[in-house]
Design a protein. Structure first.
Length: 128
């Protein structure tokens, strides 16, 4: 496995796992956090810039499309970049889309997906 991929999945795996479990256990907290993001323009700008930085940093070091872990890491980079662009260039459309997704069932499915990705990446990083 590519050494950069290994390093990134050693970070992303546990973080996504913990975040996913937290999303499942504390759905209301995540919904409130997203509502606060929507109602706080300065924080939304900060979040957009942070996503741009993370996306560009990942893609500058890792834009590899071979194995499943490599694809997941590259997708995380692209998704962070796209989210950052969306938040900084068109926050209103981002907010409209987010408002439609602010419900417990979306958080349930999102939490399950994030937890599963975390389990898979942790397994690939530490046991495969």
């Amino acid at each position: 496995m590519n050494p950069t991929t290994l390093t990134l999945i050693q970070i992303f795996g546990p973080v996504l796992f913990i975040m996913g479990i937290s999303m499942l256990i504390r759905r209301d907290v995540y919904i409130d956090a997203m509502k606060n993001l929507i109602n706080n323009a300065p924080f939304a700008v900060f979040a957009g810039v942070a996503n741009l930085v993370v996306g560009i940093a990942i893609l500058n070091t890792h834009n590899i499309w071979g194995t499943a872990p490599e694809v997941i890491v590259s997708l995380v980079g692209w998704l962070a970049l796209i989210k950052g662009l969306h938040l900084t260039l068109s926050p209103e459309t981002f907010f409209r889309t987010t408002k439609k997704l602010l419900n417990k069932s979306f958080m349930l499915y999102g939490g399950l997906v994030v937890t599963a990705l975390g389990v898979y990446l942790s397994w690939a990083a530490y046991f495969a």
